[in-house]
Design a protein around this ligand. Structure first.
Ligand code: ZN
Length: 349
């Protein structure tokens, strides 16, 4: 069986820079026509920095078949002029990282600082730049961090009704329902891994667990929640409202950062790019919703961002394969697991 979809977009990816970028860019570019490149590692806080990273990315992919969409981080130094300059440099979105919630968020914003960002949000609203949220409240209370952040975001939704905003990598049922209740200017991205895993899998106890051993490669932020949350995300991914779309949050780390024996710790992030579309086809088939996959990967996000739908297609084939234990020297998402679909190729028109 063959499934031909309009070429997809990944509205949340970490491509890194330098040698890591050289190794990982092809896995995104071989499936997605466009990807929204997150600004945390390396830190990208201005339009010119985003332009430099875009040029570096374009050294490793074919510009004819892949377009990086650039973002900046909002920091306490961001000003309305930062937004205007970024807009001139082609930046499409700016991201809020609450302080200390994930990789590269040490320079992020405290809740107090967030409340001082009104002029910046107003500038974004005026120029049509999208506001992306890492929606976790800083500080203790990890499992409730997403729920606790939603009222803070809602204030910005109410104060800036024309500002388009995205709750990134939704991880809870409450997050899904909150996006549904918000006006149409608010959407949410869903990752591949949150559709597959629960906290039990991280702890080695779930379907993808391995005998009770902690699984560092299933450690990411926001952390996987329970099965009710996972089911709510699956229902959102297949709904036709247009409010939910794919952002893989593929975030590769060198193996010695996932298994740092000396420091005895593990970086948050899952390298899902190599399996993204194959895993999604397998998941959507399991949900009896293969006909909804194209909306989730190739239409809802582009429409929300005001971008034309991609030309060309990606061809998926129903053929079982086992995800390799390593890809580019790293452990990919679902390593060692069998998937029922694979990517056969892309067809550029
Ligand atoms: Zn991310």
């Amino acid at each position: 069986m063959i499934l031909k979809l309009r070429r997809p977009d990944d509205f949340h990816v970490h491509l890194r820079d330098g040698e890591m970028l050289r190794q990982v860019a092809q896995y995104t570019a071989s499936q997605f026509a466009r990807a929204l490149v997150m600004p945390n590692v390396p830190p990208i806080d201005t339009g010119p920095q985003a332009e430099r990273l875009r040029n570096e990315i374009l050294q490793h992919v074919s510009p004819a078949s892949f377009t990086p969409l650039m973002t900046i981080r909002l920091t306490e130094k961001s000003m309305p002029e930062t937004i205007h300059e970024a807009k001139r440099c082609g930046v499409v979105a700016a991201k809020v990282y609450p302080q200390g919630v994930t990789t590269g968020s040490h320079g992020g914003l405290t809740i107090d600082q967030l409340q001082q960002m009104g002029a910046v949000f107003a500038a974004m609203q005026d120029v049509g730049m999208i506001l992306c949220w890492h929606g976790e409240f800083p500080g203790p209370g990890w499992l409730q961090a997403e729920q606790r952040m939603l009222p803070e975001i809602r204030k910005v939704v109410d104060d800036f009704p024309r500002l388009r905003q995205v709750l990134e990598h939704i991880s809870t049922r409450e997050g899904v329902e909150w996006v549904r209740r918000c006006p149409d200017m608010v959407a949410g991205t869903i990752t591949v891994h949150h559709l597959f895993l629960t906290l039990d899998d991280l702890g080695g106890r779930g379907k993808f667990g391995r005998g009770g051993m902690l699984q560092p490669h299933y450690f990411y932020a926001p952390i996987a929640k329970d099965d009710s949350d996972r089911q709510a995300l699956a229902e959102a991914a297949i709904e036709p409202s247009g409010k939910f779309f794919l952002g893989t949050d593929s975030a590769p780390h060198p193996i010695d950062r996932k298994f740092n024996v000396d420091a005895g710790c593990c970086a948050a992030g899952v390298f899902s790019a190599p399996v993204a579309m194959a895993a999604l086809a397998s998941k959507f088939e399991e949900l009896n919703a293969l006909d909804r996959l194209e909306g989730f990967t190739s239409a809802h996000g582009a429409r929300f961002y005001g971008l034309p739908l991609n030309e060309g297609s990606i061809v998926l084939e129903k053929q079982a394969w086992v995800v390799p234990e390593t890809v580019a020297g790293m452990v990919p998402f679902l390593a060692g697991e069998e998937l029922s679909w694979r990517v056969a190729g892309i067809d550029n028109v």
